[in-house]
Design a protein around this ligand. Structure first.
Ligand code: 5GP
Length: 362
Protein backbone atom coordinates (compact mmCIF):
# COMPACT_ATOMS: atom_id res chain seq x y z
CA UNK A 1 0.00 0.00 0.00
CA UNK A 2 1.36 3.45 -0.90
CA UNK A 3 2.39 5.65 2.03
CA UNK A 4 -0.12 8.38 1.15
CA UNK A 5 -2.90 5.80 1.51
CA UNK A 6 -1.59 3.97 4.58
CA UNK A 7 -0.71 7.01 6.69
CA UNK A 8 -3.40 8.35 9.04
CA UNK A 9 -5.06 11.51 7.80
CA UNK A 10 -7.43 14.23 9.01
CA UNK A 11 -10.23 15.45 6.71
CA UNK A 12 -11.79 18.77 7.69
CA UNK A 13 -13.45 20.05 4.51
CA UNK A 14 -15.75 17.48 2.92
CA UNK A 15 -19.27 18.25 1.69
CA UNK A 16 -21.55 15.23 2.04
CA UNK A 17 -23.31 15.59 -1.32
CA UNK A 18 -20.00 16.32 -3.05
CA UNK A 19 -18.41 13.14 -1.74
CA UNK A 20 -20.78 10.53 -3.17
CA UNK A 21 -19.43 7.62 -5.20
CA UNK A 22 -20.11 7.94 -8.95
CA UNK A 23 -21.52 4.39 -8.89
CA UNK A 24 -24.12 5.41 -6.30
CA UNK A 25 -25.08 8.56 -8.21
CA UNK A 26 -25.49 6.55 -11.42
CA UNK A 27 -27.59 3.95 -9.62
CA UNK A 28 -29.84 6.65 -8.13
CA UNK A 29 -30.13 8.36 -11.52
CA UNK A 30 -31.11 5.08 -13.18
CA UNK A 31 -33.90 4.54 -10.65
CA UNK A 32 -35.25 8.08 -11.10
CA UNK A 33 -34.91 7.62 -14.87
CA UNK A 34 -37.07 4.49 -14.69
CA UNK A 35 -39.66 6.43 -12.68
CA UNK A 36 -39.65 9.13 -15.38
CA UNK A 37 -38.47 11.85 -12.98
CA UNK A 38 -35.32 12.50 -15.02
CA UNK A 39 -33.90 11.42 -18.37
CA UNK A 40 -31.03 9.08 -17.46
CA UNK A 41 -29.03 9.58 -20.65
CA UNK A 42 -29.05 13.38 -20.12
CA UNK A 43 -27.82 13.00 -16.58
CA UNK A 44 -25.22 10.24 -17.06
CA UNK A 45 -22.68 12.35 -18.93
CA UNK A 46 -23.10 15.23 -16.48
CA UNK A 47 -22.21 12.91 -13.59
CA UNK A 48 -19.23 11.38 -15.39
CA UNK A 49 -17.78 14.66 -16.72
CA UNK A 50 -14.35 15.27 -15.23
CA UNK A 51 -13.49 18.97 -15.38
CA UNK A 52 -16.03 21.59 -14.42
CA UNK A 53 -15.95 25.33 -13.86
CA UNK A 54 -17.10 26.59 -10.45
CA UNK A 55 -20.43 27.63 -12.01
CA UNK A 56 -20.93 24.15 -13.50
CA UNK A 57 -20.15 22.59 -10.12
CA UNK A 58 -23.13 24.37 -8.57
CA UNK A 59 -25.40 23.24 -11.42
CA UNK A 60 -24.22 19.69 -10.75
CA UNK A 61 -25.12 20.08 -7.07
CA UNK A 62 -28.67 20.98 -8.04
CA UNK A 63 -28.82 17.71 -9.95
CA UNK A 64 -27.21 15.71 -7.15
CA UNK A 65 -29.75 17.11 -4.69
CA UNK A 66 -32.60 15.86 -6.92
CA UNK A 67 -31.02 12.40 -6.81
CA UNK A 68 -30.25 12.26 -3.10
CA UNK A 69 -32.77 14.28 -1.15
CA UNK A 70 -34.94 11.64 0.47
CA UNK A 71 -34.33 10.27 3.93
CA UNK A 72 -33.29 6.77 2.92
CA UNK A 73 -30.79 8.01 0.37
CA UNK A 74 -29.32 10.59 2.75
CA UNK A 75 -28.72 7.78 5.25
CA UNK A 76 -27.13 5.61 2.56
CA UNK A 77 -24.76 8.25 1.21
CA UNK A 78 -23.67 9.26 4.72
CA UNK A 79 -22.75 5.67 5.55
CA UNK A 80 -20.91 5.20 2.25
CA UNK A 81 -19.00 8.48 2.48
CA UNK A 82 -17.78 7.74 6.01
CA UNK A 83 -16.76 4.19 5.07
CA UNK A 84 -14.92 5.48 1.99
CA UNK A 85 -12.90 7.97 4.04
CA UNK A 86 -12.15 5.32 6.66
CA UNK A 87 -11.00 2.91 3.96
CA UNK A 88 -8.17 5.30 3.05
CA UNK A 89 -7.17 5.70 6.70
CA UNK A 90 -8.84 8.96 7.54
CA UNK A 91 -8.73 8.86 11.34
CA UNK A 92 -10.84 11.96 11.92
CA UNK A 93 -13.48 13.35 9.56
CA UNK A 94 -15.52 16.52 9.81
CA UNK A 95 -18.38 16.08 7.41
CA UNK A 96 -20.43 19.10 6.45
CA UNK A 97 -23.86 19.22 4.91
CA UNK A 98 -26.66 21.72 4.27
CA UNK A 99 -29.83 20.71 6.13
CA UNK A 100 -32.59 20.57 3.51
CA UNK A 101 -36.30 21.10 3.63
CA UNK A 102 -38.61 19.47 1.10
CA UNK A 103 -42.28 19.68 2.06
CA UNK A 104 -43.39 17.43 -0.81
CA UNK A 105 -41.70 14.43 0.82
CA UNK A 106 -42.19 15.50 4.43
CA UNK A 107 -38.56 16.48 4.90
CA UNK A 108 -37.62 19.18 7.40
CA UNK A 109 -34.09 20.38 8.14
CA UNK A 110 -34.37 18.38 11.34
CA UNK A 111 -35.48 15.13 9.68
CA UNK A 112 -32.75 15.57 7.03
CA UNK A 113 -30.16 15.71 9.80
CA UNK A 114 -31.72 12.75 11.59
CA UNK A 115 -31.24 10.81 8.36
CA UNK A 116 -27.57 11.86 8.34
CA UNK A 117 -27.12 10.68 11.94
CA UNK A 118 -28.87 7.44 11.01
CA UNK A 119 -26.20 7.03 8.34
CA UNK A 120 -23.48 7.40 10.98
CA UNK A 121 -25.22 4.76 13.11
CA UNK A 122 -25.39 2.48 10.07
CA UNK A 123 -21.61 2.50 9.53
CA UNK A 124 -20.55 -1.11 9.85
CA UNK A 125 -17.28 -1.56 7.97
CA UNK A 126 -15.31 0.31 10.65
CA UNK A 127 -15.66 1.43 14.27
CA UNK A 128 -17.06 4.93 14.46
CA UNK A 129 -17.09 7.56 17.20
CA UNK A 130 -19.43 10.42 16.36
CA UNK A 131 -19.99 11.76 19.86
CA UNK A 132 -22.95 9.86 21.28
CA UNK A 133 -21.68 6.62 19.86
CA UNK A 134 -18.12 6.11 21.08
CA UNK A 135 -15.58 3.35 20.68
CA UNK A 136 -15.71 1.49 23.96
CA UNK A 137 -12.66 1.58 26.21
CA UNK A 138 -11.67 -1.91 25.26
CA UNK A 139 -11.75 -0.90 21.60
CA UNK A 140 -9.51 2.02 22.42
CA UNK A 141 -7.05 -0.06 24.39
CA UNK A 142 -6.93 -2.66 21.69
CA UNK A 143 -6.89 -0.21 18.88
CA UNK A 144 -3.82 0.07 16.77
CA UNK A 145 -2.53 2.65 14.38
CA UNK A 146 -4.73 3.13 11.37
CA UNK A 147 -2.08 1.96 8.98
CA UNK A 148 -1.82 -1.38 10.72
CA UNK A 149 -5.45 -2.02 10.13
CA UNK A 150 -4.84 -3.40 6.68
CA UNK A 151 -3.52 -6.68 8.06
CA UNK A 152 -7.15 -7.74 8.35
CA UNK A 153 -6.98 -8.63 12.04
CA UNK A 154 -7.98 -5.33 13.63
CA UNK A 155 -10.85 -3.06 12.77
CA UNK A 156 -10.22 0.48 11.63
CA UNK A 157 -11.75 3.32 13.57
CA UNK A 158 -12.81 6.78 12.60
CA UNK A 159 -13.96 9.83 14.49
CA UNK A 160 -16.72 11.76 12.72
CA UNK A 161 -18.05 15.18 13.66
CA UNK A 162 -20.72 17.13 11.77
CA UNK A 163 -20.83 20.72 10.58
CA UNK A 164 -24.10 22.22 9.37
CA UNK A 165 -23.71 24.36 6.27
CA UNK A 166 -25.55 27.58 5.59
CA UNK A 167 -26.13 27.90 1.84
CA UNK A 168 -25.48 31.39 0.47
CA UNK A 169 -28.89 31.28 -1.23
CA UNK A 170 -30.56 31.24 2.19
CA UNK A 171 -32.19 34.11 4.07
CA UNK A 172 -31.10 35.32 7.51
CA UNK A 173 -34.05 33.47 9.07
CA UNK A 174 -33.18 30.20 7.33
CA UNK A 175 -29.56 30.57 8.44
CA UNK A 176 -30.65 31.13 12.04
CA UNK A 177 -32.85 28.04 11.80
CA UNK A 178 -29.77 26.04 10.81
CA UNK A 179 -27.79 27.39 13.77
CA UNK A 180 -30.65 26.50 16.16
CA UNK A 181 -30.70 23.01 14.69
CA UNK A 182 -26.95 22.69 15.23
CA UNK A 183 -27.43 23.65 18.88
CA UNK A 184 -30.22 21.09 19.28
CA UNK A 185 -28.05 18.40 17.74
CA UNK A 186 -24.90 19.04 19.74
CA UNK A 187 -25.37 15.73 21.52
CA UNK A 188 -25.48 13.97 18.17
CA UNK A 189 -22.03 14.96 17.02
CA UNK A 190 -22.76 18.41 15.52
CA UNK A 191 -19.89 20.72 16.44
CA UNK A 192 -20.12 23.71 14.18
CA UNK A 193 -21.33 25.79 11.26
CA UNK A 194 -19.98 26.27 7.75
CA UNK A 195 -20.85 29.01 5.28
CA UNK A 196 -20.80 27.67 1.73
CA UNK A 197 -22.75 27.63 -1.53
CA UNK A 198 -22.20 29.55 -4.73
CA UNK A 199 -19.80 32.37 -3.79
CA UNK A 200 -21.24 34.77 -6.36
CA UNK A 201 -24.65 34.54 -4.67
CA UNK A 202 -25.69 36.28 -1.44
CA UNK A 203 -24.08 38.82 0.83
CA UNK A 204 -22.03 38.52 4.01
CA UNK A 205 -24.41 40.78 5.93
CA UNK A 206 -27.27 38.31 5.36
CA UNK A 207 -25.45 35.54 7.24
CA UNK A 208 -23.72 37.60 9.88
CA UNK A 209 -26.58 37.55 12.45
CA UNK A 210 -26.75 33.76 12.30
CA UNK A 211 -22.97 33.39 12.48
CA UNK A 212 -22.73 35.81 15.41
CA UNK A 213 -25.43 33.83 17.20
CA UNK A 214 -23.54 30.58 16.53
CA UNK A 215 -20.31 32.13 17.76
CA UNK A 216 -21.97 33.37 20.94
CA UNK A 217 -23.37 29.92 21.60
CA UNK A 218 -19.91 28.40 21.34
CA UNK A 219 -20.29 26.57 18.03
CA UNK A 220 -17.14 26.33 15.92
CA UNK A 221 -17.25 28.23 12.63
CA UNK A 222 -15.57 27.78 9.27
CA UNK A 223 -16.21 30.03 6.28
CA UNK A 224 -15.62 29.60 2.56
CA UNK A 225 -13.53 32.71 2.11
CA UNK A 226 -11.94 34.31 -0.94
CA UNK A 227 -13.14 31.63 -3.37
CA UNK A 228 -13.86 34.34 -5.93
CA UNK A 229 -12.60 37.93 -5.97
CA UNK A 230 -14.80 39.85 -3.52
CA UNK A 231 -13.02 42.66 -1.74
CA UNK A 232 -16.12 43.52 0.30
CA UNK A 233 -16.21 40.14 1.99
CA UNK A 234 -12.75 38.83 2.73
CA UNK A 235 -11.78 41.38 5.33
CA UNK A 236 -15.04 41.28 7.31
CA UNK A 237 -14.79 37.51 7.26
CA UNK A 238 -11.27 37.63 8.69
CA UNK A 239 -12.35 40.27 11.24
CA UNK A 240 -15.07 37.85 12.38
CA UNK A 241 -12.32 35.44 13.51
CA UNK A 242 -13.76 32.09 12.45
CA UNK A 243 -11.91 29.05 13.78
CA UNK A 244 -10.98 28.06 10.20
CA UNK A 245 -11.50 29.21 6.62
CA UNK A 246 -11.75 27.23 3.40
CA UNK A 247 -9.87 27.99 0.14
CA UNK A 248 -8.43 31.52 0.72
CA UNK A 249 -7.60 32.07 -2.93
CA UNK A 250 -8.43 35.63 -3.92
CA UNK A 251 -6.75 37.65 -1.18
CA UNK A 252 -5.13 41.08 -1.48
CA UNK A 253 -1.75 41.69 0.11
CA UNK A 254 -3.22 43.24 3.25
CA UNK A 255 -5.63 40.30 3.60
CA UNK A 256 -2.74 37.82 3.45
CA UNK A 257 -1.05 39.82 6.15
CA UNK A 258 -4.19 39.77 8.29
CA UNK A 259 -4.67 36.03 7.76
CA UNK A 260 -1.10 35.26 8.75
CA UNK A 261 -1.24 37.47 11.83
CA UNK A 262 -4.50 35.93 12.95
CA UNK A 263 -3.18 32.38 12.37
CA UNK A 264 -6.64 31.23 11.26
CA UNK A 265 -6.08 27.71 9.86
CA UNK A 266 -6.79 27.25 6.15
CA UNK A 267 -8.49 24.21 4.60
CA UNK A 268 -6.62 23.68 1.33
CA UNK A 269 -8.42 21.87 -1.51
CA UNK A 270 -5.85 21.48 -4.31
CA UNK A 271 -7.74 19.39 -6.87
CA UNK A 272 -10.93 21.40 -6.39
CA UNK A 273 -9.06 24.69 -6.96
CA UNK A 274 -7.34 23.38 -10.08
CA UNK A 275 -10.36 21.65 -11.62
CA UNK A 276 -12.61 24.67 -11.15
CA UNK A 277 -9.78 26.84 -12.56
CA UNK A 278 -9.88 29.03 -9.47
CA UNK A 279 -6.10 28.60 -9.65
CA UNK A 280 -4.54 28.28 -13.10
CA UNK A 281 -1.67 25.97 -12.18
CA UNK A 282 -0.63 24.07 -9.09
CA UNK A 283 2.89 25.63 -9.20
CA UNK A 284 1.40 28.96 -8.15
CA UNK A 285 -0.90 27.58 -5.45
CA UNK A 286 -0.81 29.57 -2.17
CA UNK A 287 -0.13 26.30 -0.33
CA UNK A 288 3.58 26.96 -0.86
CA UNK A 289 3.59 30.41 0.71
CA UNK A 290 1.47 29.34 3.67
CA UNK A 291 3.48 26.15 4.18
CA UNK A 292 6.79 28.02 4.08
CA UNK A 293 5.41 30.50 6.60
CA UNK A 294 4.36 27.60 8.86
CA UNK A 295 0.79 28.87 8.73
CA UNK A 296 -1.68 26.26 10.05
CA UNK A 297 -3.18 24.44 7.08
CA UNK A 298 -4.89 21.15 6.34
CA UNK A 299 -5.16 19.30 3.04
CA UNK A 300 -8.78 18.44 2.24
CA UNK A 301 -10.86 17.04 -0.61
CA UNK A 302 -13.81 19.49 -0.73
CA UNK A 303 -15.89 17.19 -2.95
CA UNK A 304 -14.15 13.85 -3.47
CA UNK A 305 -16.95 12.59 -5.73
CA UNK A 306 -17.47 15.69 -7.85
CA UNK A 307 -13.73 16.21 -8.36
CA UNK A 308 -12.82 12.50 -8.62
CA UNK A 309 -10.26 12.67 -5.87
CA UNK A 310 -9.55 11.24 -2.42
CA UNK A 311 -7.64 12.57 0.57
CA UNK A 312 -4.78 10.16 -0.20
CA UNK A 313 -4.66 11.59 -3.69
CA UNK A 314 -4.42 15.15 -2.30
CA UNK A 315 -1.39 14.09 -0.22
CA UNK A 316 0.24 12.45 -3.20
CA UNK A 317 -0.45 15.51 -5.34
CA UNK A 318 1.04 17.93 -2.78
CA UNK A 319 4.06 15.70 -2.30
CA UNK A 320 4.77 15.56 -6.04
CA UNK A 321 3.90 19.15 -6.89
CA UNK A 322 5.75 20.77 -4.00
CA UNK A 323 8.63 18.32 -3.58
CA UNK A 324 7.68 17.28 -0.04
CA UNK A 325 8.74 13.87 1.26
CA UNK A 326 6.83 11.25 3.16
CA UNK A 327 7.92 12.58 6.58
CA UNK A 328 6.99 16.15 5.76
CA UNK A 329 3.58 15.03 4.53
CA UNK A 330 3.13 12.94 7.65
CA UNK A 331 3.92 15.97 9.83
CA UNK A 332 1.51 18.09 7.80
CA UNK A 333 -1.28 15.56 8.41
CA UNK A 334 -0.41 15.33 12.09
CA UNK A 335 -0.43 19.12 12.52
CA UNK A 336 -4.07 19.00 11.38
CA UNK A 337 -4.96 17.64 14.83
CA UNK A 338 -4.58 21.16 16.23
CA UNK A 339 -7.22 22.44 13.79
CA UNK A 340 -10.02 20.00 14.55
CA UNK A 341 -13.30 21.02 16.16
CA UNK A 342 -13.15 18.42 18.93
CA UNK A 343 -11.92 18.26 22.50
CA UNK A 344 -8.62 17.32 24.07
CA UNK A 345 -9.54 13.68 24.59
CA UNK A 346 -10.05 13.16 20.85
CA UNK A 347 -6.90 15.13 20.05
CA UNK A 348 -4.89 13.00 22.47
CA UNK A 349 -6.18 9.79 20.92
CA UNK A 350 -5.28 11.08 17.45
CA UNK A 351 -1.79 11.99 18.65
CA UNK A 352 -1.40 8.39 19.80
CA UNK A 353 -2.63 7.11 16.44
CA UNK A 354 -0.05 9.26 14.63
CA UNK A 355 2.73 8.36 17.12
CA UNK A 356 2.06 4.73 16.58
CA UNK A 357 2.04 5.14 12.79
CA UNK A 358 5.24 7.23 12.94
CA UNK A 359 7.18 4.29 14.37
CA UNK A 360 6.53 2.38 11.16
CA UNK A 361 7.47 5.23 8.85
CA UNK A 362 10.71 4.39 7.06
P1 5GP B 1 -24.39 19.29 0.80
O1 5GP B 1 -24.32 20.48 1.71
O2 5GP B 1 -25.65 19.29 -0.01
O3 5GP B 1 -24.17 17.99 1.50
O4 5GP B 1 -23.14 19.39 -0.20
C1 5GP B 1 -23.19 20.11 -1.40
C2 5GP B 1 -23.28 21.61 -1.14
O5 5GP B 1 -22.05 22.06 -0.53
C3 5GP B 1 -23.38 22.44 -2.41
O6 5GP B 1 -24.73 22.58 -2.82
C4 5GP B 1 -22.78 23.77 -1.99
O7 5GP B 1 -23.72 24.55 -1.27
C5 5GP B 1 -21.68 23.34 -1.02
N1 5GP B 1 -20.39 23.20 -1.72
C6 5GP B 1 -19.81 22.08 -2.18
N2 5GP B 1 -18.63 22.34 -2.75
C7 5GP B 1 -18.43 23.65 -2.64
C8 5GP B 1 -17.37 24.53 -3.03
O8 5GP B 1 -16.35 24.16 -3.61
N3 5GP B 1 -17.55 25.85 -2.74
C9 5GP B 1 -18.66 26.32 -2.09
N4 5GP B 1 -18.72 27.61 -1.84
N5 5GP B 1 -19.66 25.52 -1.71
C10 5GP B 1 -19.55 24.21 -1.99
Amino acid sequence: MKWWVSMPKIELHAHLNGSIRDSTLLELARVLGEKGVIVFSDVEHVIMKNDRSLGEVFKLFDLIHILTTDHKTVTRITKEVVEDFASENVAYLELRTTPKKNDSIGMSKHSYMEAVVEGLRAVSAVDIDFGPHKFNTQDSLNSIAMNDACDGTKRKKIYVRLLLSIDRRETTEAAIETVKLALEMRDLGVVGIDLSGNPVVGEWKTFLPALKFAQKQGLYITLHCGEVPNCQEVQPMLDFLPQRIGHAIFFEEEEWRQLKTSKIPVEICLTSNIKTESISSIDIHHFVDLYNDKHPLVLCTDDAGVFSTSLSNEYKLASTAFGLGKREMFELARNGIECIFAGDEVKQDLVETFDSAAKKLN
